[in-house]
Write a protein that binds this ligand. Structure first.
Ligand code: ZN
Length: 384
């Protein structure tokens, strides 16, 4: 491995950050801290840290460097690299097994609206014709997903688009420009028209919210779960993808209020609910609901209003929900955490300058990698 990171490689890291910010700022592509991006440079896997928002990629230190050979060896030994480093993305194994220099994984609402259909492989065959794509049936995030992807790629190694059942989209490419171009092509083919909903009854919602711990959400998209009967029916029938579990603290996943009980009974009847769906009016959310939870709920509403009323939907099974239970608490903790951590350049301006700082020839051990960006020296630049 080369001792120094070149100017060219540094510029690739900057491109990665800029692309991640662009994608992370589009709620139709990623929501809150979901999605992750990575680039492999000189034996180092630079990957978005777990819990970080792609939208913050330019202004915050969201990427961590991992020894690519070490990560791949871990996967080979059937270990999950995300368990070796508390900050590593849960999808680190997936990024490592993909042969592409740059990998992007997102929760595109159009992709998910297709990916929750039982007939998705058939429906997408025509839509994605011409792209080098493959369908990956649902498996839990982390090592199980990485192994399925490995299998799919061994059967067809030039694949660069993956549709993940009940989950999302993965794009691989040589660099950011190639990935962004391919993402644009895939998105155009996957695009679905959102269903029209009845108008939101703001006056009724405001009246109901008065004196209660629920408020009107600042994101209008969420209301479709109350104003559109088809969306409500789809939502109430089960869990579509694991992220939905993060803000659903009870089973069934939400409480639909047809004719609200007297307000003095709300707290006892609906106290654990993060949100109330008021039929034909809209949605109220808990005042304490975090921005991340609201962003994910808004994304879910966008997915649901793109699912055709006649679509054969594949919900997560009880077994799959149970298996996700080991992942969900970790995610929940992360999305509940403050968006800006101690690594925020707003709090520590010197950190931002060191975002791309690395000596790839002297990668620290896994144990040392926590807090790596803070301690590593500035890069020594070469023109090679
Ligand atoms: Zn994902």
């Amino acid at each position: 491995m080369s001792k120094y990171i070149s100017v060219t490689k540094q510029s690739e890291l900057i491109s990665l950050r800029e692309l991640s910010e662009r994608i992370g700022s589009d709620p139709l592509l990623t929501q809150a801290s979901t999605g992750n991006s990575s680039i492999k440079l000189e034996g180092v896997l630079w990957i978005k840290a777990s819990g970080k928002w792609m939208a913050d990629a330019v202004h915050e230190d969201i990427f961590i460097p991992l020894d690519l050979a070490e990560v791949r060896e871990c996967v080979k030994q059937r270990g999950d690299p995300a368990e070796l480093n508390a900050r590593a993305s849960i999808e680190t194994a997936m990024h490592a097994v993909m042969p592409h220099r740059m990998v992007l994984h997102i929760h595109s609402v159009d992709a998910i609206a297709w990916a929750v259909r039982k007939d998705a492989p058939v429906q997408l065959k025509h839509r994605l014709d011409g792209l080098r794509w493959q369908w990956i049936p649902y498996v839990p995030s982390g090592l199980p997903l990485a192994r399925e992807i490995e299998k799919a790629l061994s059967a067809c190694s030039d694949t660069n688009v993956l549709i993940l059942g009940n989950h999302g989209l993965v794009i691989g490419g040589d660099d950011c420009a190639a990935v962004e171009d391919l993402l644009s092509q895939a998105q155009q083919r996957l695009a679905l028209c959102p269903r029209q909903a009845y108008p939101i009854d703001y006056a009724a919602l405001a009246e109901m919210a008065k004196g209660s711990p629920w408020i009107l959400p600042d994101d209008n998209e969420i209301h479709v779960l109350g104003t559109d009967a088809i969306s409500r029916a789809i939502f109430s029938a089960g869990f579509l993808y694991p992220c939905q579990l993060i803000f659903s603290t009870s089973s069934p996943p939400f409480r639909s209020v047809f004719c609200p009980a007297p307000k003095d009974q709300w707290e006892s009847r609906y106290g654990v609910q993060q949100f109330l769906i008021i039929e034909r009016c809209g949605v109220l959310v808990r005042e304490a609901m975090t921005p991340a939870q609201r962003a994910m709920m808004s994304g879910l509403a966008q997915v649901i209003r793109r699912i055709n009323s006649c679509a054969p939907i594949r919900y997560l099974t009880d077994e799959e929900i149970k298996n996700s239970s080991s992942i969900v608490p970790r995610y929940r903790k992360l999305v509940d955490a403050a968006r800006y951590s101690v690594f925020s350049p707003d709090r520590n301006p010197t950190v931002a300058k060191n975002v791309v700082a690395t000596r790839s020839g002297s990668l620290p051990s896994r144990v040392e990698q926590a807090g790596l960006q803070k301690n590593w020296p500035s890069p020594e630049l070469t023109n090679t």
